[in-house]
Every structure is written in C-alpha cells, then in structure tokens.
Design a protein around this ligand. Structure first.
Ligand code: AMP
Length: 397
C-alpha cells in the first residue's frame, strides 16, 4: 500500500495539485494550472525530471485536471506507478459543521454547498475541484480538508461577536478562522523542534503570506484566531485591510455613495499593503522601502504594528507562552518583519537573536537567544503535507 495522496487546491481560475507521500511529506510531483476559462491558460508541472511550462486553452477545471494527468503521463512520474491511495481537497469554509477532515460523499457536498454564502469566492471553486476529481478518479476515496476546522475549538467567548444573538443563531455570524491547516501543521512542528509534547505547549502562530492570520494554540488546540466570518478580519495582508472600525462601510455608503460590492472589493482587493503602498508583493514592498519610499515605509510599519498588537493580545489570552512561530512567505523570509514585530518585548521574555534572525538559512529554526524565555521560531508551513496526512487518517479510520 502506498502513502501517495493527490492533493488538490481548486481556486476560481486556478488549480494547484501535488502528489505527496503522506508519511514523509516528500512531493513526487506538483503543478499549477492558471487562467482557467480566460483564453490562454498556463500549466507548470514540476517533477524529478524537471519543470515543464505549457500555454494552452483551458476552458474548465476538468480540462485543468486532465492537463495535469497528461503531464504526469508525459513528464512523469506515472500516476499508475505512484499507486494513489486517495485524493485530498482543500475546502475553505466548513462552517460550524466540520471540526475535522471528512470523507466526501453526496451529503458532504450538499453541506459544503449550503456554506457557499459564507465563502462565495472559495467554496464554489473547491466544489468544482471535487466534482471534477470524483469524475476522473471514481475509484479513489476523496477527503475534504477544511481551512476552518482547526479553529472549531475556539471557545464561545472567542468566536462570538457582540451583536444581536439572532445574527449567530439564524445566520451563523461568528468567527470561524482560516489557514487552519497551516496553523495546525506549524504548531505541531514547533513542538517537534522544541522536543515538547504538543499537548503541553502554548504557541502563538503568525502565518504571514499573501493572506495573514494569527492564532493562539493551547495544548494543540486553537483557542483564538484573527480571521473571522471571512478571511478579511485581523492582520494587514497583501490586498486585504484586516481590522477596521465596523462603521467605516456605512460611512462610505452614506458619504461617498459606494455600493456593497464596491466596498467589498476595496477592502478585499485594493487595501492592505497594496492600498497603502501600491504594492502587495512583499519583496517589491521591501525594495521600495529600501529606497526610502515613504508609503512603503508606512505600510511596513502598519503591518508590523498590527502583528505586535496581536502578539500582545494572544499573550494575554494564553497567560504563558512557550513559542512565537513565524511561517508562510513573509514570515519565513523577512527578518525585518520578524525583528520589527517583536522588538522591545524582552520584558515579555521574547528576545530575538539578530544574527540567528538574519542568517541566510531555510528550514525550521530557532531565532531567539538561548536565554529567551519564549522561543521564537521560523517554521516553513507545508499545507500539502498536512492535507495528505489528514486525508490518509480519514481514509484509514
Ligand atoms: P505565500 O502566500 O505564503 O506564498 O506568501 C506570499 C508572500 O510572501 C508574498 O508577499 C511574497 O512577496 C512574500 N515573499 C516570498 N518570498 C519572500 C522573500 N524572500 N522575502 C520577503 N517576502 C517574500
């Protein structure tokens, strides 16, 4: 029996895939099909034989997955040789219904469809990926791994917004949290790195990528997280505002006549680093900042200040903290963000070692001083591996 799982992350116009050995995390091959339904599409397939890039018309998600299967046959490794055990799908919103990964059947599909109003951009694309994969791999068990599931352990006082109770009871308006697969993986890896039992560890995880979120994890369970009903709340992100005064949308409607859709678009796609500095890619922002671009410098300061506020808040939520962990594109790579976000917190037991922080190394590592009471760690996230592991756990249960 192989441990190979096909992991699928279907977006509205893209499909990311990989075949992962769930026991080692080793990817056998991976790829990305982009611009589905947009005229000329692009398909990149990476395998031990190298990387191939093709441009072709990809009208539908089914064409995208077929293109991926063709690439496995043409460029290897052959799917037959990989002897797939199951397919694991990233599903963004599992609502209150799913607190763990689950085997996909018609009932699950109906429930995920019911949750579309909570994630109108993501869940339909995830469902399309599931539909297509069930058609093309009818003999393989398929598992849904939810972004929200890890945060279902939040206590009511953390997930409840202070709004009329019928908003929650009748409409499910509460904090759900996202990036759960990453927060779960990274908090487990932190325990491994510290040679501690996860059930005995309090961790603040800072997932800083295009999307950014923080979580407080007590004994392996998420007890607080920064994203809410949707992935808009919390930290400053590439294009999303994160926290703001909830009166601002009403103000914009009254004073500027902006529509609901215009406000939604502005806060999700034209805010964050892009709104502040005209640039959402952190590497570009860093270049602008290095040339003393004023807007880029302010954007960086706002971004790090928000992280610091959450670290302070989650410290108070947890009471004692064993580790602060940085992950994802920015968290793993920007020593400047790590230094600025945690600067001056020695009284909280948090002391970064500047040489360790800026050392040009990759992989899971400690960047705090030996004397720092709270370990500061950089742990590369690996959502594909976590999805593959959870998929096999469900399939073999
Ligand atoms: P992710 O969503 O985890 O893929 O992260 C994407 C973000 O990470 C983008 O804003 C990238 O610019 C940023 N990023 C990737 N590599 C680096 C790097 N070496 N230094 C700073 N930011 C980076």
């Amino acid at each position: 029996m192989s441990d190979h799982v096909l992991v699928i992350n279907a977006g509205s116009s893209s499909l990311k895939y990989s075949v992962v050995d769930a026991s080692t995390g080793e990817p056998a091959a991976a790829g990305l099909v982009e611009r589905i339904g947009e005229g000329e599409g692009r398909h990149v397939h990476r395998s031990p034989a190298g990387e191939t890039e093709t441009t072709l018309s990809i009208p539908t998600h089914e064409d995208a997955l077929r293109s991926a299967m063709d690439a496995f046959e043409a460029d290897g490794p052959s799917l037959a040789d990989l002897d797939l055990e199951a397919v694991g799908h990233r599903v963004v919103h599992g609502g209150s219904r799913f607190s763990a990964s689950a085997l996909i059947d018609d009932a699950l599909i109906a429930e995920v469809t019911d949750l579309v109003p909570l994630a109108p951009l993501h869940n339909p694309a995830n469902l399309e990926g599931i539909r297509v994969a069930r058609g093309l791999f009818p003999d393989l068990p398929q598992v849904a791994v939810f972004d929200t599931a890890f945060h279902q352990t939040l206590p009511p006082h953390a997930y409840t917004y202070a709004v009329p109770t019928d908003w929650l009871e009748d409409h499910g308006i509460r904090r759900y949290g996202f990036h759960g697969t990453s927060h779960s993986f990274v908090s487990q890896e932190a325990a491994r790195l510290l040679v501690r039992d996860p059930s005995d560890l309090n961790v603040i995880v800072l997932h800083l990528g295009n999307g950014c979120s923080a979580s407080a994890v007590r004994g392996g369970r998420s007890v607080e997280t920064s994203m809410g009903l949707t992935p808009l709340e919390g930290l400053v992100m590439g294009t999303r505002s994160g926290d703001l005064d909830p009166a601002i949308p009403a103000y914009l409607t009254r004073e500027l006549g902006m529509s609901v859709d215009e406000i939604d678009h502005a806060l999700n796609s034209a805010s964050g680093l892009r709104g502040l500095a005209g640039e959402n890619d952190f590497r570009e922002l860093s270049r602008l900042r290095a040339s003393n671009d004023e807007r880029a410098c302010l954007a960086f300061d706002v971004y790090c200040h928000r992280i610091r506020k959450y670290v302070g808040a989650y410290y108070a939520v947890l009471g004692t903290v064993d580790a602060v962990v940085f992950t994802a594109g920015v968290g793993e790579n920007s020593a400047d963000v790590r230094a600025a976000s945690l600067d001056g917190l020695e009284r909280l037991g948090i002391t970064i070692d500047p040489d360790r922080n800026s050392a040009p190394v990759t992989g899971a590592r400690r960047i705090s001083t030996d004397g720092s009471e709270v370990a500061v760690l950089v742990v590369p996230t690996n959502e594909e591996w976590q999805i593959a592991r959870e998929t096999l756990t469900v399939v073999r249960a």
